[in-house]
Unconditional design. Structure first.
Length: 132
C-alpha cells in the first residue's frame, strides 16, 4: 500500500523519537520538520535495506573511515560498531560517559575526536599515503 506524505513523515518522526530517546527533546527548531519532509525517502530506503536491495560492502570503501560510539550505547549499536571496526582501514573511538548520539550528549568530545581524525588524514595525505 502506498503511504501518503503525512504518514511517511510521521513514521520518520516516530523512528527518530525511538532512536534518540530523551535527546529528541533537545533538537533545534525545524529539525523534526525537516526529517518529516524527508519521510518518503526514509521509508523507501528503510524498505530497500530490509529487502536487501541496498547491499553495503564495507570492504569497498575507498576513503578513511572513523566511527564513534558512546560508552553507554546499547548492545544493538555496539554490535554495529564492532561490524564496522572489523573493516580494514576503519578506526574507532569511544566517548566516556555518553550514550548513543555522542554528538548530542558530548559535543566537545565528539568534535575533538573528529578534529584529531581530520588532522591524521591531512598528515597522511601530505605524506602521500593511500586513502586506506
Amino acid at each position: 500500500a502506498q503511504l501518503d506524505e503525512e504518514e511517511t513523515g510521521r513514521l520518520a518522526e516516530d523512528f527518530l523519537r525511538r532512536a534518540m530517546g530523551a535527546a529528541f527533546s533537545t533538537l533545534p527548531p525545524g529539525f523534526v520538520a525537516d526529517r518529516r519532509a524527508e519521510g518518503r525517502v526514509f521509508v523507501r530506503e528503510l524498505a530497500e535495506l530490509a529487502l536487501g536491495l541496498l547491499p553495503l560492502d564495507l570492504a569497498r570503501l575507498a576513503v578513511r573511515v572513523q566511527a564513534g560510539i558512546g560508552e553507554f550505547a546499547d548492545q544493538r549499536h555496539r554490535a554495529s560498531f564492532a561490524t564496522l571496526l572489523a573493516t580494514p582501514g576503519v578506526e574507532g573511538y569511544c566517548i566516556p560517559g555518553a550514550p548513543h548520539g555522542v554528538h548530542l550528549w558530548r559535543p566537545g568530545a565528539w568534535a575533538q575526536a573528529l578534529r584529531s581524525f581530520l588532522e591524521r588524514c591531512s598528515a597522511a595525505s601530505a605524506a602521500g599515503q593511500p586513502r586506506r
